[in-house]
Design a protein around this ligand. Structure first.
Ligand code: MG
Length: 293
């Protein structure tokens, strides 16, 4: 067996990807407390909100206030989602230092999710990403439905790679490959990596795995064997699967940490303090729809 990475960086997506998909609204002060606790647990990359339409996504309407109230910690990157140039302007006005743009490997999914074909998203990003980079921001690019699309079915690696390549060429610092409906198997991960790794440097490649079918940890293990050392996860498994009500979605950060600990891979995250953050949030919103701890 090839050697595994010695250290993994976890991108905590609970406060955005998680909370956006829970059937509750969390007060700004509680979001700020939750995110601060996650940072204090040692998570260095935290997705904290989105500058999307407050009419379409009311739960993220307070993102500017959240950013303003978060403590400025030297090693912590607060990431906000930005769908278009207007979102970038709002993010910059709010003092954002790191943003994420999102598109997909399936045209139908992208249409349903953001009302644009992939090519049209990429056209928007061709202006947006260089503008963000010129302003000194760190930029992450999400490629959703990289394995299976809920509308189109299986997605071939050849559909994923050009999207990732385009985002890199525009200046994205990191690409996050999403198994949006949690249908990938370890064989699928290995197959995608064979096509993707010659294009995307390992240091800039993250996986965003969902646990809908219970495969997330096996897929993490395959990705680790392929050298991937950046994984997205959500404290307490917040978020669920938007396409399978009641089913798990985002991989729980706690489960990811347990696996990495078993494999003796460093993360810099304190498991007990992470559990405290999850407990705090759970005490505010009630148990997430999906049991993870
Ligand atoms: Mg997710």
């Amino acid at each position: 067996m090839s050697s595994l990475p010695q250290r993994v960086r976890i991108v905590e997506v609970g406060p955005r990807d998680g909370l956006q998909n829970e059937p509750i609204t969390v007060p700004t002060a509680d979001k700020v407390r939750f995110i601060t606790m996650l940072a204090e647990a040692g998570l260095t990359d935290i997705e904290v909100g989105a500058f999307v339409s407050p009419q379409r996504v009311p739960r993220m309407a307070d993102t500017a206030e959240v950013l303003a109230q978060l403590p400025s910690l030297p090693f912590v990157r607060y990431i906000t989602l930005v769908p278009n140039l207007r979102g970038l302007e709002r993010a910059m006005a709010a003092g954002a230092r790191a943003i994420a743009v999102f598109t997909a490997a399936s045209d139908t999914f992208n249409q349903r999710n953001v009302g644009m074909r992939i090519a049209d998203s990429l056209r928007e990003f061709r202006t947006l990403i260089p503008a963000a980079k010129d302003a000194g921001l760190w930029v992450r690019g999400y490629v959703s439905t990289a394995f299976v699309c809920p509308y189109e079915g299986p997605i071939a690696p050849e559909q994923v790679v050009p999207v990732a390549q385009a985002l890199l060429d525009m200046g994205a610092d990191e690409i996050s490959i999403g198994d949006t409906i949690g249908h990938a198997t370890p064989e699928d991960v290995a197959r995608l990596n064979r096509t993707l790794l010659p294009v995307v440097p390992l240091s800039r490649l993250a996986y965003h795995l969902h646990d809908t079918r219970g495969n997330a940890l096996s897929n993490v293990q395959q990705a680790l064997r392929d050298g991937i050392a950046i994984f997205d996860a959500s404290a307490g498994g917040l978020g669920g699967c938007p396409f399978a009500p009641g089913a798990p979605g985002n991989l729980a950060t706690e489960s990811l940490l347990d696996l990495l600990h078993d494999l003796e891979i460093e993360t810099g995250v304190d498991r007990a303090r992470l559990a405290e953050a999850t407990r705090f949030l759970t005490s505010r919103i009630g148990r997430p729809q999906h049991e993870h701890s």
